[in-house]
Design a protein around this ligand. Structure first.
Ligand SMILES: Nc1nc2c(c(=O)[nH]1)N[C@H]1C(S)=C(S)[C@@H](COP(=O)(O)OP(=O)(O)OC[C@H]3O[C@@H](n4cnc5c(=O)[nH]c(N)nc54)[C@H](O)[C@@H]3O)O[C@H]1N2
Ligand SMILES: Nc1nc2c(c(=O)[nH]1)N[C@H]1C(S)=C(S)[C@@H](COP(=O)(O)OP(=O)(O)OC[C@H]3O[C@@H](n4cnc5c(=O)[nH]c(N)nc54)[C@H](O)[C@@H]3O)O[C@H]1N2
Ligand SMILES: [Mo]
Length: 759
């Protein structure tokens, strides 16, 4: 393990980008791809959901380039590959190895007798799916999962098919990601999306970045932060770890900066709360301001909000002792942050998984909204709330109706336009879908992208749940764990990627996506498809629908040839998309209006809603707290996060440059004093066991101790390797999001150095 670098970005970043492009074995195509990414007439980066700026020549970043080169590789997985490797053998390979084999190129069906995937024709694959679906006693025995890369067009057809078939079972990656943000924002300000756009970052004078590692996960956001810092905007990082990029950042897009040692100082203040301590931290800011007699924006409060008094009463009742104890931040630092907020004319708060993957995430985000409401820091240029989304079209998926709890207005519009009665009962989220599969109540699993097996918590439980399906259908670009959990029947359906030309009988098609700022724009790949037998996601969904339902309620196959027909249909159902086909011709696409940004409140009271609750007694459920209180061995709280060389369950490489980790993923970041207290030295191998009030033993082995600047009592390790530790029943209140950032663990010396986890 090498020492940590002091700035992020820079030459090392450029080197890493070049490496990835060369490793794809399609260097020429990929350099061309990088010129076209996130540009008008080009394609949307399959990396993150950050918005596109209109200023520079290049719109890519190191990790976006990795995502592009990873998809656009010359390596392929075909029938010969599957003939060579049985599923049992493949199961022994790591996640990295599986995806590294290349792009899936032809439809395959699992054969139990031989334990191999074997070629199947597209027609037979579609009719097998139809046979399974038609055999179900109820449509609710099917689960339709979506990962956030699917286009608006594919997602809209997919939800239409599911609902025409008769179910709202649409578990999706949002359930494990920003679900709490959507819920909290809907309750507080009436719309489940961020209220700012990219240009607001040019106007804000203070930006608070909570629980987010943009240097790795949203590198293009670093350019916005860097520009802001340079013009004197104050940036406050609130992060459990000292993330290098939030301290200093050099942009690989800026050749001058690259060649000079001085990188931009990003954060003026860096707060390191304990895991799950952000609600207490924000409460502390409000308490500090209340006690210092700061002037709240009474005019805004009176005109636009309800329940401010109830909230402020709760704040005065909350003790500093509780605030400091739960946040792990001392009063003077909280006061400092509060001063920066109150001095600011235009403040933005951004956040990601550090806020959303806890038990009290919905309350935490509502607390943050409370703070903004007290000062009217919303709905003005340069001020507002910004949950930074993960997958490149995860926000668009929801807009298109991938939602297990669809709004009534959406269902009504579907019914009116298409003359069928969509189901109104709520469907399953990821947790409920896995439970239903586990219990044998759900029998068919269809996944439009993603890697549910590796992304979901409680690996053993999840594996059993997926393998229990009578039919497991995976629509994918690359081979992954989810293909290997074979039920009675299993199909791999290979699809085109973002970088590829999507040619139909009506010519090349474009798709559309929505970014984190609610900008909708078109995307069209320019590469010849790697697999001659791949179909587009849209076509695959349409064919499944046609095989199962016939041409009802729409003529699916026509839509699969001409995506502008789908966009017209979307415009008929969703008023914001009227004239959709014309609107995407505008440079940069079009913006979906955000009601809260316009100071219109679609809440029950018609006003923005303060949320008045006590701080939780603990970040864990009471039963677990009680168990921890009686434990003799020391316990820690673990967060699971991403390295610099991965995209969720896709592992590009084994390094985590900014955190100084090389060639290793099974590491446990831990405070030196916590380690020494347990007699552990840096480099020791440990076993990690999670605690939960049930009888199940959840353990991983073969993790190497790394001392790190992390609050005492906290630890960190990479996902998905640590997913076996997250109990299936440990999820956020209301959100059902696995508590991937607060897992109670104990560690002990390893019994072996051989990693026992499957990644
Ligand atoms: N290259 C790349 N880009 C990606 C992804 C990827 O895997 N690779 N994934 C995409 C997806 S789907 C998503 S959702 C986003 C994820 O983007 P992030 O949310 O940045 O991802 P994580 O790695 O989970 O990082 C969580 C951050 O929150 C901090 N944190 C954890 N717990 C707490 C807490 O309790 N309080 C505070 N204040 N901080 C905390 C961690 O130290 C870490 O810096 O990125 C998207 N973009
Ligand atoms: N412990 C822990 N668990 C977590 C998290 C965490 O922080 N900690 N984060 C959670 C979060 S935020 C998320 S979003 C989920 C991610 O969950 P998912 O979205 O399900 O997982 P990904 O790893 O993004 O999916 C990767 C697979 O998608 C397929 N793929 C890639 N591109 C395309 C495409 O264009 N089309 C299709 N059809 N398939 C494609 C490839 O086959 C690839 O193997 O994981 C969650 N799980
Ligand atoms: Mo995500």
């Amino acid at each position: 393990m090498s020492s940590k670098s002091h700035k992020a970005g820079g030459l090392a970043s450029l080197r890493s980008t070049l490496n990835e492009v060369l490793r794809s074995q399609r260097a020429k195509d990929n350099f061309k791809n990088l010129m076209r990414v996130n540009k008008d007439g080009g394609f949307d980066c399959p990396g993150c959901a950050w918005g596109d700026s209109k200023d520079g020549a290049f719109q890519f970043c190191e990790n976006g380039a990795k995502a592009v080169a990873w998809e656009s590789t010359a390596r392929t997985v075909d029938r010969r590959f599957f003939a060579e490797h049985s599923v049992t053998q493949l199961m022994k390979q790591t996640d990295h190895w599986l995806e590294f084999q290349g792009r899936l190129t032809e439809p395959m069906r699992y054969n139990h007798q031989t334990d191999h995937y074997e070629p199947v024709s597209w027609a037979d694959a579609f009719s097998l799916i139809a046979t399974h679906l038609q055999a179900l006693a109820s449509a609710d025995e099917a689960e339709f999962y979506t990962s956030g890369r699917a286009s608006n067009e594919a997602s809209f057809l997919y939800q239409l098919f599911g609902r025409a078939f008769g179910t709202n079972n649409f578990p999706d990656c949002s359930n494990m990601c920003h679900e709490a943000s959507g819920l909290a924002l809907t309750q507080s300000v009436g719309v489940g999306k961020g209220t700012v756009v990219l240009s607001d970052f040019e106007q804000a004078d203070t930006i608070f970045v909570y629980g987010q590692n943009p240097g790795t996960n949203h590198p293009r956001m670093m350019n916005a932060l860097k520009k802001a810092a340079k013009r004197g905007c104050t940036i406050v990082a609130i992060n459990n770890l000292k993330e290098v990029a939030l301290n200093r950042f050099a942009s690989p897009q800026d050749p001058v900066e690259l060649l000079t040692p001085a990188a931009t100082q990003i954060s003026s203040l860096y707060i390191t709360p304990k895991l799950g301590g952000d609600m207490a931290f924000v409460r502390g800011m409000v308490k500090a301001l209340q006690q210092s007699g700061a002037t709240f924006n009474q005019q805004f409060i009176n005109r636009h909000t309800v329940d401010s008094e109830a909230y402020l009463n709760r704040v005065s009742q909350t003790s500093w002792q509780d605030i400091e104890q739960q946040s792990g931040v001392n009063k003077s630092e909280i006061e400092q942050a509060a001063q920066l907020f109150v001095q600011s004319k235009q403040a933005i708060s951004t956040w990601a998984m550090g806020l959303t993957q806890h038990k009290h995430s919905v309350d935490t985000i509502r607390e943050l909204v409370n703070l903004h409401l007290l000062f009217g820091q919303i709905g003005r240029p340069g001020a507002g709330l910004c949950p930074v989304r993960g997958h490149s079209n995860v926000q668009g998926n929801r807009t298109m109706g991938i939602n297990e709890k669809p709004p009534k207005a959406f269902l009504d519009a579907l019914q009116q336009r298409l003359d069928f009665k969509p189901p109104t009962a709520h469907g399953h989220n990821v947790n409920q879908a896995l439970q239903a599969l586990h219990q044998g109540q759900a029998k068919v699993l269809v996944c439009l992208g993603g890697n549910l097996a590796a992304a979901a918590p409680d690996t053993e439980f999840t594996y059993r749940a997926i393998a229990n399906a009578k039919l497991n259908v995976q629509i994918s670009t690359k081979l992954n764990r989810s293909h290997l959990l074979v039920g009675q029947d299993a199909l791999i359906l290979p699809c085109l990627g973002r970088t590829e030309i999507d040619q139909t009988s009506k010519g090349p098609q474009q798709i559309t996506v929505e970014d984190t700022f609610s900008m909708v724009h078109a995307s069209a790949g320019g590469n010849e498809p790697v697999g001659a037998d791949c179909l587009s996601e849209t076509r695959i969904v349409a064919e499944i629908a046609a095989a199962t339902l016939g041409p009802v309620p729409v003529n699916w196959l026509d839509y699969a040839q001409d995506y502008s027909l789908i966009r017209t249909l979307i415009g008929d159902v969703l008023p914001a998309f009227a004239n959709f086909n014309d609107k995407i011709k505008q440079q940069g696409g079009f913006h979906l209006a955000n009601s809260a940004a316009l100071l219109q409140w679609n809440t029950r009271s018609g006003k923005a809603q303060f949320h008045a609750v006590d701080l939780p007694a603990d970040i864990f459920p009471q039963s677990l707290s009680a168990q921890l209180a009686t434990s003799e061995q020391p316990t820690l709280t673990l967060q699971t996060l991403r390295s610099h060389d991965q995209y969720n369950t896709t592992i590009y490489g084994m390094n985590d440059r900014y955190r100084g980790i090389e060639n290793q993923r099974q590491v446990l970041f831990i405070n030196q004093s916590d380690a020494e207290q347990q007699g552990l030295s840096e480099g020791d191998w440990v076993q990690i066991t999670s605690l939960w009030p049930d009888q199940t033993q959840r353990q991983v082995d073969g993790f190497q101790v790394v001392f790190y600047d992390i609050p005492k009592g906290n630890a960190a390790a990479y996902y998905p390797e640590t997913n076996p530790l997250v109990p299936i029943d440990s999820y956020g209140d209301l959100s059902f999001t696995p508590t991937s950032k607060s897992i109670a663990i104990q560690i002990s010396k390893s019994t072996s150095k051989i990693p026992l986890v499957t990644s």
